[in-house]
Design a protein around this ligand. Sequence first.
Ligand code: ADP
Length: 486
Amino acid sequence: MKVLQVSAEIYPLLKTGGLADVAGALPAALNARGGEVRVLLPGFAAVLADLRDVRTLSELVAPWGERAPVRCGWLASLNLTAYVIDAPHLYCRSGGPYENDQRQPYADNHLRFALLGFAAAQLALGLDGQWQPEIVHSHDWHAALAPAYLAFSGQRPAAPVASVYTVHNLAYQGVFAPELFPDLGLPGSAFSIDGLEFHGQVSFMKAGLFYADHVTTVSPTYALEIQTQAQGCGLDGLLRARAGLLTGILNGVDESVWNPQVDPLIPCHFDAERIGGKAQCKAALQKELGLSLQGDAPLFGVVSRLTEQKGLQLVLAALPALFARGAQLVVLGNGEKWLEDAFREAASAHPQQLAVRIGYDEHFAHRIFAATDVTLVPSRFEPCGLTQMYGLKYGSLPLVHSVGGLADTVLEHDREDLADRLANGFVFHEFTVDAFERALCRSLALYARSTDWNQIRERAMRQKLDWDRAAGEYLALYQRLLAKSV
Ligand code: ADP
């Protein structure tokens, strides 16, 4: 099964969030089950620098006149064949992949990412004479025009090809002013309610949802939630209409990156049977951060983008309750200034109990999961969430709001669940400070009962969370789609 995976980010080369983790892990998991996956990426500097044994395909000529060579080579840090759009004027810029140094979106984002979707369609139509995908699997709005360009290509590929579009977060839609629509080179008929028009604007997300042969999202619960008005971000009507072609497939954990037995980024190794190293990781982090050196103080952790979505205002509101009970907290994140400022201020008022690092630091994130007792993920909404799963792997029991993938991966302990061996964390249902604080209190009560705590933590750490299950579900879906398209 030849699969072209199309995404803007890929771990370890370029990452702003969970999308990169998925894009980096899924190809290997599919290949392990007999898939033949190649990836298509924008030519960001880190991607180009990683590419080996390069050959150049015919030049890409976009409908709006853009010309760029597509390179094909071997991505050394991923062991994968990749196609890369070599357009430094579009992708090699100071600032982030989507925003400039002042955190403003680049004015030509519609063209930078339309080119990604266009290149995907061209590869499906035979741009590389040596390899043609049977499945074009694009991720998030940056790659969402691929199914639209395929639908309007006017050409028949040499062999059948089906398109899959995965939504990693419906809230980020790639919406642009209508004046920019003609730049995309799509026919005027595409700019309609049955197309990519969204309240008079151009929506890349809607193009993916509308034109793909099948839509997936990253957890079964989120697949249901986005069909409701409350969580559909204005697209719930379309999603309900396409419900038969919408599947939730839960993400996994890349165990070559997230495994406390061998993780080179943590000070001491440990696993469910040999848990001793975890206490050493905790002591090392407390020392590093200037927290009081108490092995028995429950240590909570947050590794997150600091945005409204992540529910961290609940954490801020609950700080007094947490400190009053002798707990400590470490926060790593960046994002909205008001949240960054609020956490910084709180940390300077409570230096022995709260450590805050504003920024993005992959290595530090590993040390936090290894050291903490509880990982907090109180998101208002959460398509899948990966940090609660990293918490499970590293014996840092997740405390989560019961939404999306958090609801699919974390179960609260109660007597019955203890008996059924299902409990692996703490769950609150109402998005209120009160409900969050009550969950915190339950976690602290369990922490005080060390036998129960150890039992649940051991079970959490043994949980099978790897990518193999998800890869099997994606392959079964691809096969169904191909069977339909021949
Ligand atoms: P989202 O994609 O919405 O940001 P996920 O939980 O799906 O949320 O994925 C977040 C990923 O980004 C995880 O790998 C997490 O460890 C990582 N991450 C988030 N913020 C930071 C940060 N400040 N430093 C390092 N890693 C971070």
